[in-house]
Design a protein around this ligand. Structure first.
Ligand SMILES: Cc1ncc(COP(=O)(O)O)c(C=O)c1O
Length: 398
């Protein structure tokens, strides 16, 4: 009998990526919950607020009016123009509607941008800690991540000197993320501008993930898009997910020079075609409608941040940088590694999940070995409950 030759099942590129660690934690927590466990969810990066009513109404209205068909690949012009205008008004950028491409979530916008710009063997500078998906998306494209370690003692601050030291002839892009997931660090306007100008001078693209740009508590609102003299090498990735509490709607966008935007649209014409029509209509309502909801949510996040920092301070031997944006804290739990058989931050997150039923994400997913990430996008009651459980659990480790 002829033997069937062994064939590999999956493409090489699939071997370069892992399931998103945050998605994996959410799935594991869901299993425990389904089995009856009373979980405290401080793991997932998801606003706890409902989507504002006027946005929901706009989507319902759009369905009733039959906005249910294919749209142009980069999005309906009304939305592209509205996003460009909102960004210009809020950050002083000068993007045109044609330089705005709407995608099915900021993650796809980022994925498209990296696929379009990064080739096999290209180096992409990635500051650490990084959002879990950056690494895998870069590697999926065949790029090589070149890490820039920020210092916890310096509040995870990123400077242009740190970036400059890592630039080589193969550097194709720099990925920055301010406010940062997981650390909450915000790049100062001065450092930000210096990084953008440096990259522009060297012909290197900066992919600026600004999904949390409206959750900047530093008092210095800033978008890379405002540095118009470097615009030729800037791709701003934006999202409605966190700004308007619309994670499940899946609406993100890129703002980029026309050739890059056209390339992103070309790629998108071969993957999703476009975001759903009614979602785009709802997005128009979000970005052109009243913005008080954004300010209200931000004010609440600041209170929640202060609360969670207060609760963390009650746990002996845990230190935490005060985040200046987003909705995460990134406490250093290294003092507990080596106690009670604990070998890593991953062990801590795993045991917190299974023994205390508190959902956190281990720092290994973000490129550091001594931290866990907690999200404070939840109610004050949940924060209290979760952090009390954590305090009791850590106390047992001695
Ligand atoms: C830094 C960062 N970028 C992008 C995203 C993707 O957001 P979305 O795809 O929901 O727009 C997230 C979501 O958690 C994020 O934290």
């Amino acid at each position: 009998m002829a033997t069937i030759p062994a064939v590999k099942q999956f493409s090489d590129r699939m071997g370069r990526i892992e399931v998103s660690a945050t998605m994996a934690v959410v799935a594991e927590a869901a299993k425990l919950k389904a089995a009856g466990a009373d979980m405290v969810e401080v793991g997932a990066g998801e606003p706890h607020f409902p989507t504002p009513q006027h946005i929901k109404d706009a989507a319902i209205d759009a369905i009733q009016k039959n906005f249910t068909k294919y749209t142009p690949v980069p999005g309906i012009l009304e939305l592209r123009a509205a996003i460009a205008k909102r960004h210009g008004a809020d950050f002083g950028s000068d993007y045109k509607p044609e330089e705005t491409v709407v995608s099915t979530g900021g993650k796809l916008s980022l994925f498209n941008a990296i696929q379009v710009l990064v080739d096999h063997g290209d180096e992409v500078i990635l500051p650490v800690p990084y959002w879990v998906s950056f690494k895998d998306i870069i590697e999926y494209a065949g790029g090589k991540c070149v890490y820039v370690r920020t210092s916890e003692a310096d509040g995870f601050r990123l400077t242009s000197d740190m970036i400059e030291r890592q630039i080589t002839s193969r550097t194709r892009a720099i990925v920055i993320n301010s406010p940062n997931n997981p650390s909450g660090a915000v790049i100062s306007p001065e450092d930000h501008t210096a990084i953008l100008k440096l990259a522009h001078k060297r012909g290197i693209y900066v992919i600026a993930d600004e999904c949390y740009v409206y959750l900047n508590f530093s008092g210095h609102d800033f978008s890379a898009g405002s540095v118009t003299e470097a615009r030729e090498h800037i791709v701003v990735v934006g999202s409605l997910s966190k700004t308007y509490s619309m994670t499940g709607w899946r609406l993100g966008y890129t703002l980029a020079p026309l050739p890059v935007s056209n390339a992103i649209a070309k790629l998108q014409s071969q993957n999703t075609s476009s975001t759903a029509h009614m979602i785009q209509k709802a997005a128009v309502a979000a970005v052109t409608g009243p913005q008080e909801c954004v300010a209200q949510m931000k004010a609440e996040y600041i209170q929640l941040r202060d609360q969670i920092l207060g609760e963390l301070a009650k746990i002996p031997d845990i230190t935490c940088v005060r985040p200046e944006g987003a909705f995460y804290v990134y406490p250093n739990v290294s003092a507990y590694i080596g106690r009670a058989g604990i070998k890593s931050a991953a062990d801590i997150a795993h045991r917190l999940l299974h023994e205390a039923h508190v959902v956190t994400v281990p720092g290994e997913a973000f490129g550091t070995m001594e931290h866990i990430r907690l999200s404070y996008a939840t109610s004050p009651g949940e924060i209290k409950r979760g952090l009390e459980r954590m305090r009791e659990w850590f106390a047992k480790l001695g």
